[in-house]
Design a protein. Structure first.
Length: 596
DNA sequence: CTTAGGG
DNA sequence: CCCTAAG
């Protein structure tokens, strides 16, 4: 379950140092072993490696609880629970973190967190402050460190050991793993309750609502202390201000989410000034914690690491917020640190959390949402292709509206091509993806874009199926007309042809009519004819009675001569008044008599 | 594939 | 104009 900790003496710092160096060059490594080391925080805040005695003590302790620790899933993993006998409520947590923070790693990590948590919980019962340092990949003695990353996380709890106190609070927290899983739990549900454990809750809120602008570092530190109930040695004004503000604004201040996370202090032997900051991200709220991280140091990573369970955002989710995030990222999360590697971390926006990674873009580093390389929504093709593609494939699944839109694009494109005289891809593509309507096009004249050779006579009303119709004087170019891009207004000539066709072949013989009367109209499908007929019929029936103005036309549509309308009526009558059977007989009869 | 009818 | 259910 846990390995023994050998030399915790000087090795610690060396280790840290080494690993850090190593990690810098371990960019490619995917596995991010997490090594837990137990150390304690000395009075001066320094991190002191546990002594052998302490280790033994812990060991025993751990062994006793071994059975109860459902630790890790990783076989090769090792956990060590080391007792920190230093100050009652002070303990350090070592963790690894540098390096790529792959989502997978995050998962593994959180797994460990959970187990660690449990470990702690167990130990906490014994009023011991323990921390485990699991090594996700393999166990390593403190001396050998291929650690490609290390991370020191310390929890510096003051007056009230918030998470580890035996006041039950800790227990509840421990039991609830949700804090780790932001994604699942949304914004830390525990916050409210937990916040109550925040040291000096009242004090901080009230007293800190002051302008932090002019405060000195010392003052800021003090404010920080009153706000979060802990000391900080951080000398970064900006960071302090941020944290303080967060603490004031955000109720869920304080490290509540996890026993291990919050309040971490990185001392690393005090080498790194930034590392000296108490990093408790006062807010549990993933959002703040992540977005507003104090980057550039282990703190940064620690904060992320500690925050909750990082879960790969869903594709949809990512898309939804990706815009927002990118903005935020570029503005707030650019890591100004020395760290040149691509760090993936959990970044949240609003209440949502998304895994992001750093990338270099145009010379600057920005954080972008992590997206698996699985197929990503729709690739952005160039407009032309898009149109064609959509009209063909996407139409299938797209919503009605969408498909319409797509189709319209396609048509527009066609039009464009038509105008430019380019047959281009549309031909082949269409054939491939033919829809019922397109098939007709193929039937008539496959290789040529029918619209080009509108051979049919065009009467003055304008006609031809071309979109140029929109420019004809007699065709009102209303806004509505323009909106219905791919809709081709029926021209009078077409209507006439249709009526003629109906009279010749009968109502309902749309395919025949299409074939014989509209051979060159690539766009008018039998269905279109049918639809148009329906409309004509309706119009004719509607206004026929009292309206003398045969040419009165409905808004936005061409005028239909009363003559034509009456024709329509007649034809309709024939159909409606005669049953199919009778009609058939009539047809036969008429043909016998040489009619038709 | 055609038709017919609803959306 | 689109989509679909029926022949």
């Amino acid at each position: 379950m846990f390995g023994s900790v050998e030399d915790y003496g000087e090795m610690f710092q060396d280790t840290v140092t080494q690993t850090r160096g190593a990690s810098l060059s371990s960019e490619n490594q995917i596995g991010n072993p997490v090594v837990y080391k137990l150390v304690r925080v000395a009075q001066d805040g320094r991190l002191v490696p546990a002594t052998d005695e302490e280790m033994l003590e812990v060991k025993d302790l751990v062994e006793n609880n071994e059975n109860d620790m459902p630790i890790v899933a990783d076989p090769g993993q090792t956990e060590e629970c080391i007792f920190d006998e230093g100050s009652p409520s002070q303990f350090l947590q070592l963790d690894s973190f540098e390096g790529l923070f792959q989502p997978e790693t995050a998962e593994a990590y959180t797994e460990n967190l959970n187990s660690r948590l449990e470990c702690k919980e167990e130990l906490a019962y014994g009023s011991q402050m323990l921390v485990t340092f699991p090594d996700t990949n393999y166990y390593q003695s403190s001396s050998e460190l291929p650690w490609n990353e290390e991370f020191v996380q310390s929890e510096f709890l003051l007056q009230e050991p918030v998470c580890f106190s035996s006041d039950g609070c800790s227990i509840d927290q421990s039991m609830d793993v949700s804090p780790y899983s932001i994604a699942t739990g949304g914004s830390s549900p525990k916050v409210p309750a937990l916040s109550t454990t925040t040291p000096n809750p009242g004090v901080s809120r009230d007293t800190d609502n002051i302008c932090l602008g002019n405060l000195s570092i010392k003052a800021l530190q003090e404010t920080f202390r009153t706000t979060f109930g802990r000391e900080t040695t951080c000398k970064d004004k900006l960071w302090l201000k941020r944290k303080i503000k967060m603490g004031q604004v955000n109720p869920c201040a304080m490290p509540t989410t996890t026993l291990t996370d919050n309040d971490t202090k990185l001392t690393l032997g005090g080498q790194d000034s930034k590392a000296d900051c108490i990093k408790g991200h006062p807010n549990d709220c993933p959002v703040e914690a992540f977005v507003d991280h104090y980057s550039g140091s282990e703190d940064f990573e620690g904060e992320h690491r500690s925050a909750k369970r990082v879960r790969k955002a869903t594709r949809r989710y990512i898309e939804e917020i990706s815009k927002v995030d990118e903005k935020q990222q570029s503005n707030e999360s650019v890591i100004p640190s020395k760290d040149e590697r691509s760090i993936s971390s959990a970044v949240s926006s609003g209440r949502r959390v998304v895994v992001t990674r750093m990338i270099s873009f145009a010379g600057s580093r920005i954080q972008v949402p992590y997206v698996s390389h699985v197929r990503r929504s729709r690739p952005r093709e160039n407009i032309m292709a898009l149109g064609e593609f959509h009209s063909g494939l996407w139409e299938v699944k797209a919503t009605r509206e969408e498909s319409k839109l797509n189709l319209s694009q396609s048509h527009l494109n066609n039009d464009v091509k038509r105008v430019s005289g380019v047959k281009s891809v549309s031909g082949p593509v269409k054939k491939k993806l033919t829809t019922h309507r397109q098939s007709y096009k193929d039937h008539s004249k496959p290789e040529v874009d029918q619209d080009f050779m509108e051979p049919e006579h065009m009467d003055s009303s304008g006609d031809s199926s071309d979109d140029s119709n929109y420019n004809h004087a007699d065709l009102p170019i209303t806004a509505s007309a323009m909106r219905r891009k791919h809709h081709r207004a029926w021209t009078l000539s077409e209507v006439k042809k249709l009526v003629e066709g109906v009279s010749k072949y009968g109502v309902g013989k749309w395919c025949v009519i299409k074939r014989l009367s509209f051979p060159s109209y690539s766009h008018r499908t039998p269905v279109d004819l049918k639809d148009k007929w329906r409309n004509l019929l309706r119009v004719s029936l509607a206004r026929t009675p009292l309206n003398n103005m045969g040419s009165v036309r409905k808004q936005g549509s061409i005028a239909i001569p009363s003559q034509v309308l009456s024709q329509v009526r007649e034809l309709a009558k024939k159909k409606s008044h005669v049953s199919p059977a009778r009609k058939a007989r009539m047809v036969k009869a008429s043909s016998r008599h040489g009619f038709l």
